[in-house]
Design a protein around this ligand. Structure first.
Ligand code: 0X9
Ligand code: ZN
Length: 785
């Protein structure tokens, strides 16, 4: 068991750590040689022995099955003796905590340490809030939501723009309900800081501060939080003396929603002890009173760590279903929040209903949801206990704050504005010349609001000029469509959506058109490689990692099984690359067995402009049809096909997609190569299909691979180097006339349409006749710009 001796040693006292107003401080618990170990409880008896041997759990979910606990070497032996099969996942927690502490000391001492490069104690966080209030007196007011059990203030900051606030919705954010989740108060403080520092410069933040009143409470459980600094870094609850030698109530089980139900404990020693009755704790009661006093509160987020989750209601057993519209709202908004987080540093936060994590009773966000607030619990970094759990390195505070500020903005946007507008995923970023191209948006109105007329598409081809507005038409449900106008090659079309409400408010996407628009490049197809696999164009099978014994890639006319098609994907021809196309004696005869098999393309040139001179970007698009089936056999849905791409002839590889879809059909897919790698002349693509599970049926196929290169090529008349010493510069000007003079005469090789021999589609005078002549000069004149 942990050493729980309460002592206040002189050294600690001298450092000020003992100078508490509420009594004696305790010696910090030493976690040297403690580890995080994964145990597996086969039954309730094993579960309860695990809980009695180890005092601190590390997993989000503790129950029958595998979970993680903190254990000393002696406790690990006891766990093993009790049949819990302990496996160490993080060695020496003590040194992890010591490293964190050392890092803190260094940063604290460095005079220029920025606030968010380190963790801070409650009093310092409060001082920081005071600093924000002093620096932004027009936008802030201090707010005291009550006192903790040990008499610390529940100090919040109120943030809103000037003007009448009587109808402004309030969003309430809090951190620090669980003491050891240090990144939570830090993130919440960061959000308050950013709302204020970006006000006046970022248009969206300005609008969100003007239209919403924010109440932000970084530390809801200051007594527990201070205890994690002084005594037990892994303490979770508040510091209630339960009177029987045990301490602490889990505040996040103490709210009046299904109080005492599943996922909360009546055992005072438990980490999820719910307390004697709902709101028995001053911290939870204070927030209840605040909610009662503020009918304008519409939304709430409770920040925790860790696991990277966006949890929405409900989280308790037996909760009634949400209304369909609220369910859709939570799913859509939580997805958008996750996407906004991911857009910053790629962190994946998973949106899900709270109960999908585990049922828990008496939880804060369920309580606020039960009062008709929109309510979330966000679990911050890291994604797993193996990467530090609650002991998150201080250099992660800033990225965690930045990514979650994005999520908060998305959530607040859904409240502050009349519509939620998003471009559909399939809108093209590259379009054909001289071709009207549709783009679509989804537009949904908040309740009580409707669209006036139709949404419009705003379009322009200059960076700063006025937009032309084009009415959109409804394409079913909330989807609206209009076409980008046909435009010549090399234009960049900027566009946006604009929607007006019947109450007169207008909202655009992107939000601020002065700083951001959507765009599409008009690029010409300059080359295209197509392989229908009917002949061998130089594909290769095998890699050093390949171990498959059957179902190795081969080029063949497939024979149908329950997992494999009868026909290739091409409208003409019969052949595709298959993981053995022969049916054999049955379903499992010729599918992949024994590991992976790799198919690699011939070298592809994604810079081939077909002889044209490219101006600006060259964009390559890779498409193919693929077959994948893994949902039959003994261990279904375990295997995948990984598609990788290289731009250096196979020296390194980047994943294009990981296929697990059992479409039971050929699926055509297209990727922009530029989204993954810079296109080069040394491109390869490879398909790695595998059967790693025992007894699965895995079949894969590839057909109709196309590599298309698009570019802005020099226009006819913009004379290229090969014909003169003037560089094509995207502009037809006097220099081109001079260069063209030097070309007068027959085209090289007599081929019509050489540069200068103006083609018909550029002017009625053009004749592309194999001669550069006076008619071509006249046609060129018409192109000057
Ligand atoms: O268990 C909790 O209180 C929260 N997780 S934490 O690890 N930070 O303690 C999550 C509560 C979410 N609600 C439900 N799972 N019902
Ligand atoms: Zn928590």
């Amino acid at each position: 068991m942990l050493n729980r001796t309460r002592l206040c040693v002189a050294l600690v006292a001298a450092s000020g750590l003992c100078a508490s107003a509420w009594g004696q401080l305790e010696t910090p618990i030493d976690y040297t040689n403690y580890s995080v170990v994964r145990v597996t409880a086969e039954n309730a008896t094993e579960l309860s022995s695990a809980m009695s041997i180890s005092e601190t759990t590390w997993s989000e979910r503790v129950g029958i099955g595998p979970f993680e606990v903190v254990a000393s070497p002696a406790q690990q032996e006891q766990l093993a003796a009790a049949g819990l099969e302990p496996v160490v996942v993080t060695k020496d927690l003590g040194s992890l905590i010591a490293t964190e502490r050392a890092e803190l000391n260094v940063l604290e001492q460095a005079k220029d340490a920025a606030w968010f490069q380190t963790y801070h104690r409650t009093a310092d966080i409060h001082t920081y809030l005071d600093g924000l209030i002093a620096a932004h007196p027009q936008l802030t007011t201090p707010d005291d939501l009550g006192d903790s059990l040990q008499g610390r203030q529940l100090k919040a900051i109120r943030i809103t723009g000037p003007g009448d606030t009587t109808n402004r919705p309030i969003i309430f954010l809090n951190g620090g309900q669980h003491a050891r989740e240090w990144v939570s108060p830090a993130t919440v403080t960061y959000i308050a800081d950013q709302l204020l520092t970006q006000y006046g410069s970022d248009p969206l933040v300005t609008a969100l501060v003007d239209q919403i009143e924010w109440v932000i409470l970084p530390v809801l459980n200051p007594d527990g939080y201070e205890y994690t600094w002084d005594t037990d870094r892994l303490w979770r609850k508040n510091r209630r003396n339960n009177g029987n030698g045990t301490f602490g109530v889990d505040l996040n089980r103490n709210w009046d929603i299904d109080f005492g139900g599943d996922g909360s404990s009546a055992n005072t020693n438990s980490e999820t002890y719910h307390g004697p009755f709902a709101f028995s704790e001053p911290e939870t009661a204070a927030i209840r009173d605040f909610l009662n006093a503020e009918p304008r509160i519409v939304a709430h987020i409770d920040f925790h760590s860790f696991s990277q989750l966006i949890l929405y209601p409900w989280g308790y057993t037996g909760a009634p279903p949400l209304s369909p519209s609220l369910q859709t709202y939570y799913e859509d908004t939580s997805d958008d929040m996750a996407a906004a987080i991911q857009s910053q540093f790629g962190s994946v936060y998973v949106p899900q209903e709270s109960i999908a994590l585990y049922p828990a009773a008496g939880v804060m966000s369920d309580y606020t949801a039960s009062r008709d607030l929109l309510a979330w619990t966000i679990e911050l970094r890291p994604s797993s206990g193996g990467s530090g759990g609650f002991v998150l390195p201080a250099n992660q505070i800033l990225p965690t704050g930045i990514e979650n500020f994005e999520a908060v903005k998305v959530m607040a946007t859904s409240i502050a504005f009349p519509f939620s507008i998003s471009p559909v995923a399939g809108n093209p970023s590259v379009i054909d010349p001289d071709t009207a191209t549709p783009v679509s948006f989804t537009v949904s109105a908040q309740s009580g609001v409707s669209i006036d007329g139709t949404p419009t598409l705003l379009v322009r081809t200059t960076d700063t000029g006025p937009f032309t507005s084009i009415a959109m038409t409804n394409a079913g449900g909330t989807t609206w469509t209009a076409s980008l106008p046909a435009s010549p090659a090399c234009e960049t079309i900027e566009y946006a959506a604009s929607v007006t409400a019947t109450d007169g408010r207008t909202q655009t996407f992107p939000f601020d058109l002065n700083s951001q628009t959507l765009s599409a490049e008009v690029l010409t197809e300059v080359s295209s490689f197509f392989d229908d696999m009917e002949t061998d164009t130089g594909w290769s099978v095998g890699s050093p990692q390949d171990t498959a014994t059957t179902g190795v890639w081969s080029r063949s006319d497939p024979q149908a099984t329950a997992a494999q098609p009868e026909d290739d994907a091409s409208p003409v021809g019969t052949i595709a690359w298959m993981t053995d196309g022969a049916a054999g004696s049955g379903l499992g005869a010729n599918d992949i067995d024994g590991g992976q098999t790799t198919l690699t393309s011939p070298l592809l040139d994604a810079t081939d402009t077909g002889g044209a001179v490219a101006q600006g970007p060259v964009e390559a698009f890779l498409s193919y049809s693929r077959w994948f089936s893994n949902d039959q056999g003994a261990s279904p849905n375990e295997d995948v096909m990984v598609v990788e791409i290289s731009n250096n002839n196979g020296s390194s590889w980047t994943t294009l997609e990981t296929v697990s879809q059992n479409a039971n059909a050929w699926v055509p897919v297209t990727f922009s190569v530029n989204d993954f790698l810079t296109p080069t002349s040394q491109m390869l693509v490879r398909f790695i299909a595998a059967d790693n599970g025992a007894g699965s049926i895995v079949e894969a196929g590839v057909d109709d691979l196309r590599l298309e290169v698009r570019a802005c090529t020099s226009r006819v008349g913009d004379i290229a180097d090969t014909f003169g010493n003037l560089t094509p510069d995207g502009v037809i000007d006097f220099g081109d006339f001079l260069a063209m003079l030097g070309l007068v005469g027959p085209c090289p090789g007599g081929t019509p349409g050489c540069t200068g021999d103006i083609a018909d589609d550029f002017g009625t005078l053009g004749n592309a006749d194999g001669q550069v002549s006076f008619g071509d000069f006249l046609a060129l004149l018409a192109l000057v710009d």
